[in-house]
Design a protein around this ligand. Structure first.
Ligand SMILES: NC(=O)C1=CN([C@@H]2O[C@H](COP(=O)(O)OP(=O)(O)OC[C@H]3O[C@@H](n4cnc5c(N)ncnc54)[C@H](OP(=O)(O)O)[C@@H]3O)[C@@H](O)[C@H]2O)[C@@H](O)CC1
Ligand SMILES: [K+]
Length: 487
């Protein structure tokens, strides 16, 4: 259930299922019944208005209305266009509706305790027009609870973008698998609780259409974790070089603590000699080296991963150092100032990426590096990964991680507490720590985002960045125990 399907992939899954012998009207019946079951699970009988659009989303509405009515609910049904309008499977189910139907209008919201939104689903093709916008506004300002079928009407299922305006649901019931718009902002904010219900499309069909986007979950990457063996040595767990700035030393101290907590064997902070004592005094397990020794450090292949950017400073020195590091083709995480230092010449950065590299920009940094890449977050992350050859992770409440080969994951953990100073530095440290232990770059980025999110959700209100690394052992232990159970 972790695959995320585009609307086209969903239509394809639908087609293949129908070809396989399950009729379209049965799929629609299953979809409507799934929504009905969710409704009766959430609410006791009350007055409900089912608002049906002109397509199959509206067709689902006829099934829901019928089942609620049979269960004794007081149901009003609104229809966009005339009663003869529904086509195909929707027409079959419209014919089975024995109640009255009204013209779709704000009047249907008056007196309703529950509104079922079946206006537009996967087939939303353009911005919502003024007449429907009035209805949307009435629904959003009413006290009625709202269930959206498939996606809240007005939300683009592929991008999460709002086409003019959108219904704000308390519960969204979608079918088979989620779509990107359920997890990407602002769509996610409109969905309320998300229920993903089986309607008879097999897992086999889903795997045949080869989805390449997932909700970020351990299922995706847990097989790629390098847990230490009983006979393990610290050098088996990597030796990470974290490049520390001369002024903002807090950032790399957070990076270092997070990387070490992620399990890296050894960590050396490399910086200007004037601030080495600060890094050295921060934690007894941290080693330090002056930046003047960079050639010697790089000649030692045991130094297998680099993280640079947080608090490092923007400028030519940073640029040269980043290029030197990328030239080594070892695991590298570039964040913050390491990215902004290439704002004038991003193609040089993209050209220099050869080894396993993860870029972790927030939206501002992304815009500076890839100003010509537009669209939703998923599309942009994929385009930047393809262009740069790096795994690109765009941070935010809906963090997207994209690999150069097109694979992508979207974070669905709710942890608004992570929006605080230093949180991104911690993330860069965790990811680089996992790469230093041998994890593949896309897996490491996904796992890093997940660990970071879980820490954020667990710690909750009052979180400061310093708390995150020290909570990692709790979450890592969960994963480790789960891996032992499987084995
Ligand atoms: N696939 C599956 O597995 C299953 C799918 N199922 C259900 O089917 C739904 C998809 O159905 P769908 O393809 O008929 O699209 P839907 O969202 O009803 O809208 C299309 C209609 O809206 C119209 N229209 C579009 N935008 C508009 C606008 N801004 N303003 C005004 N009109 C606009 C558009 O008009 P047109 O562009 O053709 O002029 C067309 O008439 C899916 O979300 C799920 O609920 C389940 O039943 C079972 C299994
Ligand atoms: K809808």
């Amino acid at each position: 259930m972790f695959e995320i399907l585009t609307t086209d992939q969903m239509y394809e899954a639908d087609r293949r299922t129908i070809d396989g012998g399950i009729a379209g009207d049965v799929l629609m019946e299953n979809a409507g019944r799934a929504v009905y079951e969710e409704i009766v699970r959430h609410w006791s009988p009350r007055s409900v208005s089912v608002l049906c659009g002109p397509g199959n989303n509206g067709g689902d509405g006829f099934v829901i209305a019928r089942l609620l009515r049979e269960a004794g609910w007081s149901v009003r049904l609104g229809l966009m266009g005339d009663v003869a309008a529904p086509k195909g499977d929707a027409a079959d189910h419209a014919a089975r509706w024995e109640g009255a139907s009204e013209r779709l209008s704000p009047a249907l919201v008056v007196g309703a305790d529950l509104v079922v939104d079946c206006i537009f689903g996967a087939g939303l093709a353009r911005d919502i027009t003024d007449d429907i916008a009035v209805l949307v506004t009435t629904i959003n300002s009413s006290t009625a609870s709202v269930v959206s079928v498939d996606v809240p009407s007005g939300v683009d299922g592929n991008t999460g973008m709002i086409r003019g305006c959108a219904i704000k649901a308390d519960l969204t019931v979608t079918f088979c698998r989620a779509k990107p718009g359920h997890y990407l902002l602002p769509g996610r904010l409109m969905c309320g609780e998300l229920a993903i219900r089986d309607i008879g499309i097999s897992d086999q069909i889903i795997s045949e259409i080869r989805p390449n986007c997932w909700r970020n979950d351990p299922v995706l990457w847990r097989a790629g974790i390098h847990w230490p063996g009983l006979d393990g040595h610290k050098y088996h767990r990597g030796h990470l070089l974290a490049f520390g700035g001369a002024a903002m030393t807090g950032a790399t101290r957070l990076v270092a603590r997070a990387a070490r907590r992620s399990g890296v064997g050894l960590l050396t902070v490399v910086s200007d000699p004037s601030v080495l004592p600060i890094y050295g005094a921060d934690s007894p397990g941290v080693m330090t080296a002056p930046i003047g020794q960079i050639e010697t450090l790089l000649n030692d292949c045991r130094h297998n991963a680099f993280v640079i950017g947080p608090g490092y400073g923007v400028g030519d020195d940073t640029r040269s150092l980043v290029l030197k590091l990328l030239h080594q083709c070892r695991s590298t995480v570039l964040d913050a100032d390491a990215l902004t230092s290439f704002a004038d010449d991003p193609s040089t950065l993209c050209f220099a990426v050869q080894g396993p590299t993860v870029l972790t920009p927030h939206e501002g940094e992304f815009g500076r590096l890839f100003p010509d890449i537009e669209g939703d977050k998923l599309t942009r992350a994929r385009a930047a990964a393809k262009r740069s050859g790096a795994t690109v992770l765009i941070k935010g409440a809906d963090t997207v991680i994209a690999a150069p080969d097109g694979r992508a994951a979207i974070s669905a953990i709710e942890a608004p507490w992570l929006a605080t100073a230093g949180s991104g530095d911690v993330l860069a440290g965790i990811i680089c720590g996992l790469m230093a232990q041998g994890m593949e770059m896309f897996d490491a980025a996904c796992m890093g985002v997940w660990l970071h999110g879980r820490c954020g959700a667990d710690i909750g209100p009052g979180l400061i960045a310093e708390d995150i690394p020290d909570h990692l052992p709790v979450i890592l232990r969960e994963l480790w125990l789960a891996s032992r159970k499987k084995a």
